[in-house]
Design a protein around this ligand. Sequence first.
Ligand code: WTA
Length: 648
Amino acid sequence: MTNVEVLLGENRKFYPPKSLVENSNIKQWMDTHKITDLETLYKRSRDIEWFWGEVEKDLVEWYSPYGKILDDSNKPFYRWFTNAGYNIVHDALDRHMKTSIKDKIAYIFEMEDGRVTNITYSDLYKDVNKLANALKELGVGKGDRVAIYLPMIPALPTSMLACAKIGAVHSVVFSGFSAHALKDRIIDSGARTLITADGFWRKGKIINLKEQADEAVKGTGIENVIVYDWSHCDVPMRKRDTWCHDITTPQSTECETEIMDSSDPLFILYTSGTTGKPKGVEHVHGGYAVGVSQTLKWVFDLKPEDIWWCGADIGWITGHSYIVYAPLILGVTSVLYEGAPAYPEPNRIWEMIARHRVTVFYTSPTAIRMHMRFGDEWAKKDDMSSLRLLGSVGEPINPEAWMWYYINIGNSRCPIMDTWWQTETGCIIISPLPILPTKPGSAALPLPGFNAQVQDRDKNPVIDKGGDLVLTTPYPSMLCTLHNEPERYIEHYWDKSGMFICGDIARVDSEGYFWVQGRGDDVLNVSGHRIGNSEVESALVSHSYVSEAAVVGRPDDIKGESIAAFVVLKIGVEQSEGLKQELREHVAREIGKIARPEYLYFVNDLPKTRSGKIMRRVVRSAIITHDVGDLSTLANPEAVEEIEKALG
Ligand code: WTA
């Protein structure tokens, strides 16, 4: 064993500071429930109905009481807090207008050029109401889907909340996605309204978003495009377009919140699956509100005086849950940042933490590894003394990155919450708590109220062996279905014994700690972003020169995984470096820059089964282990040589 392995060995534990444990929200809750030790807490919370029934009382305010805590009569379409009158915006905004939170800062918003705007809860409340009234005037109502294609600017949470307020279902599409990706999502969701902006700032340049939006809405059912005047770049306005300020300025700052059923849909968020078609994950108002606020309160221990910064983009689930809904429900102050993370200098993020006195910071392993590469001196420039807790999400964090984060950013005193969860789960599921010892590289235990297991192929739970990660019980913030595809929801996620298949490979150690290793299905995880192998393959074969493609992940020191594509060209098409570049750009245009293959190889054939199915497993083995294993099921073993030759 090397020294590093000894230092990072799986039994190396880091204990949280005593004061943190003593003052933690979870400890307080245990005291009021007369629970004196963790074992009892975890044991009692296995009674999920008792647990969620207890915690919801401190988190949300129903308009009318619920019937059952959990209705499992129509599995796997579980319903939580049944028939309660509810709207998440009541807890995120309306309720605060009656307390001192009204004048508290909801978002410290910083633009890339350094300009800062403080947005109070009451500012946000008024902006949301004005937009909600404007949406109503355009004919948007309860149950209608609204597509939102916006950068990280205050207009994004405002738009989401305005939709939710009137009972419309938002479908946010990450602003880095291409016109094509936006179009697919608009069509699938059936949205008739799109909210976007003229452009936004990225690394000192204006990115024209409206151009993409214009391209995307062609041939869709979009009737109205609401455009935020943000970067003031020149954009043509068409008949269906309206400047946001033109329709919101005349509106009242009050708007009645639509009373929904707790199980009514709040939003759709598309995520990559194993087929080329993204999955429209649907979340509801009630259970989602309880799940996200509970986990933020316990895992990140947020208190009224905290300054919270979740560095994700709101276009992903992390931002939905932990930049928009959960922090607003808890009434805390969050940092919202428009720009690039290492711009204009590598220490931008650390400098902002110091300047805004951020107390709890949540980021991704990719971001941490990027900062490691800049060198320790960039992390040492700024005063990190305001921090008390750190978080990581999106992909497995390697112990080396964990230690770097712990030492350089947390000054060896801030516990790191390595939180495992998914778009589908809506909130954090497996995670350390500020009262638990942490192990670098492990996401620790399923939180109280959640239950998970690692299973072998025969579906038996296993300890100390890799296997499939499954969730064994339902929980309030779980997805309610896949939009338009209830059958796919059942088939894709649920096994015969009623367990939820996460698609990840994990291991549980002898102390019950979970070590999530990565996706076990055909989904890539590039910089914490899920991209389906087949999505990239479909994009490649949509190019007129391409006949077939196989896309696999290649381990990457910074991004976790990078995309490698093996492409068979149509007969007569000549291979060239120029064409490689063109195909990479074609994928960026079809899906977005995040999906652009880093490596692209031309081959004459791809390994296939006798039924003609491309065997990604073989391609993956060739690139990762250089050992392709048993090829007896292959129809064309010579294709493997092609791959090996291409890899050099
Ligand atoms: C991966 C992001 C290891 C995992 C919230 C999961 C992680 C996928 C972790 C979901 C973690 C997320 N350790 N892997 N702490 N967090 N993942 O839907 O493969 O964008 O299935 O949700 O990210 O990605 P999604």
